[in-house]
Design a protein around this ligand. Sequence first.
Ligand SMILES: Nc1ncnc2c1ncn2[C@@H]1O[C@H](COP(=O)(O)OP(=O)(O)OP(=O)(O)O)[C@@H](O)[C@H]1O
Ligand SMILES: [Mg+2]
Length: 401
Amino acid sequence: GYLSEVGASLVDEKLKLGIVPPTGVVELAAPTFYYDRIDRAKARTKERIQSRYPNIGRRFHRIGLPEKTGSFQLFVKGYQDAAHWLRTWVNQPETAPPPVTQREFQFLFEKLVALDYIIRNTDRGSDNWLIKYILADVIDRAPVHNNDIPCDPANAKPQVPGDEKLIDLVDSEVIPDAPLGSLHIDDPAPAEVEWADVSIPTVDVAAIDNGLAFPFKHPDEWRAYPFGWALLPQARIPFSDDIVDLLLPKLDDTKWVRELCEDLRRVFKNDKGFDKKIFEKQMSVMRGQIFNLREALMKKKSPYQLIQMPPQLMVEVKQKKKKSRRSRNAEYEEAPNYDSDASAVHSASGNVEPEQQPGPSTSTAGPSTSSEAGASSIGSKSWQETYEQKVQTKLPFFRWW
Ligand SMILES: Nc1ncnc2c1ncn2[C@@H]1O[C@H](COP(=O)(O)OP(=O)(O)OP(=O)(O)O)[C@@H](O)[C@H]1O
Ligand SMILES: [Mg+2]
């Protein structure tokens, strides 16, 4: 419910994703909310007494409808359902983002994937994420130039070297006879030339409606709750360096993961029916998701390959209890060698090379040798030392991908 909305916003903030509109817990009353007859009648009676007998009314703790606790999310402007833009880009290719904007979109998409995967969102249809796409402005003024200089911005290059009149060297450090290619785009333009204003389309993504996430067990029977983005072409592109750099240092750090769980505990404790044991299960699912995502980032899998990975539980175990707790949950079995990639060999669509040595703990002791990107966290214990890993053995009855 609403705490899941707030939890998603917290995960977004902690990972510095910036795709969930800030969401907090508030208490509000409004006549448009749902109230049962008794609440409405009480409020009416109190208001009547208050207006007729103000002295008595003053003693009331509260006049009006009772406050309700819920989540309150910032309303973002200029966005449309993701389906709208995804469809438009296919049907009217001339509106599709140019490569630079496409890369920007891919990074945002990867952030959405990471968020949904970590919180195990079970309700991410294409109506539950929004895209803001602002097409490039039409060039609104013709380029002005004094000389016969080619003005097509695509061909625009700093002008003829040696012609000191054209090159206005504001920065004395620029070497006049440096090769053309070494001048940067943001170097001052020649004084006599006014360049055309060319704007690049901008894109933004908002992940809304995060109320159905943080399950206490992985979807197992009957429904797999597919991620709505799973079949998009963007999901077939391997995770970018940018997303690896943003996320892996955090996901690799068990201290960071522990902090995240503690922060979420503070949010979820707002629930009247907060149950410690259920919460621990929710965190085990989430840590299992984080563990898989970490692995997928290290191995530069695609989002599509990520969601093929077998679900994990990462259970926090007190050292002395470690032995006695084993395999209590019949639907999970302890991973023998702590390798979350056990099934990747047959599920991967050929792009990913099977692990050379599926030996123990390439994935837990620290960032795998196949990737340079991970930062092993000094002062934090490894995943292996901290959590007991369980791999789900029962698979969903229906799978959509
Ligand atoms: N933070 C927001 N900023 C801007 N628009 C929003 C925001 N949250 C929701 N919306 C708009 O409201 C619509 C419904 O919101 P949401 O998906 O959260 O509710 P819902 O309970 O799923 O409603 P529905 O059953 O109609 O889908 C969204 O499709 C979106 O257009
Ligand atoms: Mg919705």
